[in-house]
Ligand binder design. Structure first.
Ligand SMILES: Cc1ncc(COP(=O)(O)O)c(C=O)c1O
Length: 439
């Protein structure tokens, strides 16, 4: 390898050697973050940081103001109710009507400590509904820490990479798992972290139909709400709406995160929304396991109570205010988030002009949307080799291998932390990369 790399060769090598993995694609996001922090500190050079999905924009002022006001009114001294403050529940229900076109009663919308907790609690619920159904099914690639949640809970999961199973083929693949009778739930994010694949309405319909046929719960993770920029859902109460499986089944739980759509990641606020019908359902095994049969009741009074006893009181006021602004049309989500699309378009071009390929490149017959993430590979390199080599060129990302993808040659690139004033550096670095690793 050419040792005349943009970032000091010896410093990079010594830092890579300190990460306790044989292949860098096995490193967690946080391990890559720590490694790059060290290299930046030791060399004084700035990286093109694409490893972590930190929102790169300021949160809407209306949210921050509402939270400050709530704190000034002394809300910090009061325990929040387990199921959330009424204004937040009301605005969530309206938001769902306005931007997804669905009716969900305010009582069935609950705040959680980020969608991380929403996932943990709903995965635990789904894993305890029926003794025979002991396995959750991920439509991968996916967000690695959700698998870690299963590992921590000691519950089982299965998964497959959706890449080869798009469209009608998805039905065949799902039935292969569901027909065994041990699956309790299907979990996916849409738009997808890490691939930015967006399931089509045809695919969501297949998932919904199978949820009805096999009586499984769909946990639809909408962490990137409204961010399939190919359709503008930003006008309240008017189609097009956020795509969802909820149009095809009542067996659903939606996870909506405040982190990306509202840049409120630091305050850890997510929303868990049960379909009205599912919330009221009773399961004998829940009664055996937790002493209560109702799924909605168990979620609030057993799981949320024991996990955190509610969600940060002041952050709930922030989220209520931001949702209200979106509902009333004074906060336009699409305009607010547009920067991610613009950055992705430029960055993807810089990579593909210099020999890189986009790994997940199509939603069946449509070009993938530009958004928060995209995926890259380079000819004749494994994901581990590519990630390692890119570090010497001051570019960081994470491997797709850790995300349940079969495309182990690929990396996930996140656009949020990259400043447009770094595009010139990115171009210089990928150009040199192409020269040094001639195809
Ligand atoms: C698909 C997916 N689900 C859930 C989360 C977690 O969201 P939160 O910050 O609300 O806990 C993320 C965050 O990156 C994500 O990408």
């Amino acid at each position: 390898m050419n040792k005349n790399t943009p970032i000091d060769y010896e410093i990079v090598t010594s830092n890579i050697n300190k990460v306790e993995v044989d292949d860098l694609t096995d490193a967690t996001i946080r391990e890559i973050v720590a490694m790059v922090n060290n290299i930046e500190k030791e060399t004084g050079e700035k990286f093109i940081r694409m490893e972590m999905g930190v929102p790169g924009i300021m949160p809407p002022e209306v949210g921050t103001k509402a939270e400050i006001e709530a704190l000034q009114n002394g809300i910090a001294s009061k325990y929040p109710m387990l199921d959330g403050i009424n204004p937040l529940k009301e605005e969530t229900s309206k938001f769902i009507k306005n931007f997804i076109g669905l009716d969900i009663a305010p009582e069935h919308c609950m705040p959680t400590v980020g969608s991380m907790q929403g996932g943990y609690a709903t995965f635990m619920l789904a894993s305890n509904l029926d003794e025979k159904k002991d396995t959750a099914l991920f439509i991968d690639p996916g967000f690695p820490v959700q698998k870690m949640q299963f590992q921590v809970m000691g519950h089982k999961y299965a998964s497959f990479d959706v890449y080869e199973h798009r469209g009608e083929k998805l039905r065949v693949k799902l039935e292969e798992y569901l027909s065994k009778g041990n699956i309790n739930s299907i979990i996916y994010s849409n738009p997808n972290n890490p691939s930015w694949v967006c399931l089509t309405d045809e695919e969501l319909k297949i998932i919904g139909e199978l949820a009805n046929k096999y009586d499984v719960i769909i946990i639809e993770d909408l962490a990137y709400f409204g961010m399939d920029f190919r359709k503008d859902i930003s006008e309240p109460g008017k189609p097009p709406y956020q795509s969802t499986v909820a149009n095809y089944t009542d067996n659903y739980i939606l996870l909506i995160s405040g982190s990306k759509a509202f840049s409120y990641a630091g305050q850890r606020l997510g929303l868990v929304c049960f379909s009205d019908k599912l919330f009221m359902r009773e399961y004998p095994n829940l009664k055996k396991r937790f002493g209560v049969a109702g799924i909605g009741y168990t979620f609030i009074q057993k799981l949320i109570y024991t996990l955190s006893s509610g969600t940060c009181h002041s952050a709930q006021y922030a989220m209520a205010a931001m949702l209200k602004a979106a509902n009333e049309g004074t906060l336009n989500l699409t305009n607010y988030l547009q920067i991610y699309k613009e950055k992705a378009a430029t960055m993807k071009k810089l990579f593909t002009d210099n020999g890189f390929n986009i790994v997940y490149d199509k939603d069946i017959d449509k070009e993938l949307a530009d958004g928060f993430y995209f995926t890259i590979s380079y000819p004749n390199m494994t994901g581990g080799e590519l990630l390692k080599n890119l570090i010497y060129y001051g570019i960081s990302a994470i491997g797709l291998k850790n995300c349940g993808s079969n495309r182990t040659e690929g990396l996930r690139a996140c656009v949020s932390q990259v400043n447009p004033n770094q595009f010139a550096d990115l171009e210089k670095r990928v150009k040199q990369f192409k020269q040094d690793f001639a195809i």
